[in-house]
Design a protein around this ligand. Structure first.
Ligand SMILES: Nc1nc(=O)c2c([nH]1)NC[C@@H]1CN(c3ccc(C(=O)N[C@@H](CCC(=O)O)C(=O)O)cc3)CN21
Ligand SMILES: O=c1ccn([C@H]2C[C@H](O)[C@@H](COP(=O)(O)O)O2)c(=O)[nH]1
Length: 308
């Protein structure tokens, strides 16, 4: 019998936990880390890599991906849709700056209700969405000066055009790693570079992730990377191929031991099937209802604290 593809993830978790390098990290929580991990997932059989050894809130992941593609960097739209995964970072900044010991629900409500508050405290800086669809562009003018163009580079739209017009290209890339702007971001991109290849009518993709929280981040990241291949393939008339995931600092947080023990003791179940309910006009017209996940039968959810 062939091994379940999810086993690659469970092995990485277990190996990081048992053999990983103990590291002091930015958050102060501590991790056990591997450096340089590769996993491969075949999408051509109609499945999607949605982790089954714990229940993953896949609709939250879809909403996050649509939010990235809209170019939005404010958490307001996410919290309106009851997505809480990005709230902790702007809230920590607010608490640090004001000393106001606000709870999460109240902070989120103020972001929803108060335009000025949302603009001031809800923005994450020029993170993923900004770089993906509006990477700032500057044109030289006289006197050694530069003028900021009204519209930046839409890397996603350009990528679709490149896949269609020049499928043998080795430059089918988009990235969030905009070096001069990293300091303005609440967090510099983790899933930072995506590259694609067209081969025999199939679209393959690689995600390079510089830093990976195996417990919480990975299940979202791998699912969204697979969705991107499927969406790009749908838009360009190709068949989804293989997703290769490459993680640099691939870690388990020291307070996720229970997650590792529980998840690695569970037997992975068949990945669900994936399809689209329709073909949207462009990469920027997908809605939650367009994503159809069929036969997802995961083990129960396991909670774990997020390191901020
Ligand atoms: N430490 C850390 N890990 C991450 O995965 C991560 C960050 N920070 N910072 C930026 C984003 C935010 N992401 C997050 C943040 C929280 C969850 C989380 O708490 N997930 C829970 C609940 C999901 C839900 O709302 O239903 C989970 O069990 O998956 C997941 C991804 C991914 N990223
Ligand atoms: O999509 C994401 C976003 C973040 N992460 C994790 C990886 C790290 O644990 C933290 C980021 O901390 P850095 O100090 O900036 O590396 O968030 C993830 O796994 N996936």
């Amino acid at each position: 019998m062939t091994t379940h593809p999810e086993q690659q993830y469970l092995d990485a978790m277990r190996r990081a936990w048992e053999e990983g390098d103990e590291r002091v990290d930015r958050t102060g929580v501590g991790t056990r880390a591997l450096f340089g991990v590769t996993m491969r997932f075949d999408l051509s059989d109609g499945t999607i890599p949605l982790i089954t050894t714990k229940k993953v809130a896949w609709k939250v992941a879809v909403k996050e991906l649509i939010w990235f593609l809209s170019g939005d960097t404010n958490i307001r739209e996410l919290v309106r849709q009851k997505v809480h995964i990005w709230t902790d970072w702007p809230m920590a900044k607010y608490v640090k700056a004001t000393g106001d010991a606000i709870d999460r629900a109240t902070f989120e409500q103020r972001v929803i209700d108060d335009d000025d508050f949302a603009a001031k405290w809800g923005d994450l800086g020029p993170v993923y969405g900004k770089q993906w669809v509006d990477w700032p562009r500057y044109t030289p003018v006289e006197g050694g000066l530069f003028r900021k163009e009204e519209r930046g580079v839409n890397q996603i739209a350009d990528l679709v055009t490149m896949i269609r017009d020049n499928p043998t290209s080795r430059r089918l890339i988009f990235t969030g790693w905009n070096v001069p702007h990293l300091g303005e971001m609440a967090l510099p991109p983790c899933h930072m570079t995506y590259q694609y290849q067209v081969a025999n009518g199939r679209l393959h993709g690689i995600l390079y992730q510089r830093s990976c929280d195996l417990g919480l981040g990975f299940p979202f990241n791998i699912f969204e990377a697979a969705l991107l291949i499927r969406m790009l393939a749908q838009q360009t008339g190709l068949t989804p191929g293989e997703l290769v995931w490459m993680g640099a600092d691939t870690h388990v947080y020291s307070n996720h031991g229970h997650l590792v023990e529980e998840q690695t003791s569970r037997e992975p179940r068949a990945f669900p099937k994936f399809s689209f309910a329709r073909k949207p006009e462009s990469m920027f017209d997908y809605k939650l209802e367009d994503f159809v996940v069929d036969g997802y039968d995961p083990h129960p959810h396991i909670s774990a604290p997020v390191a901020v």
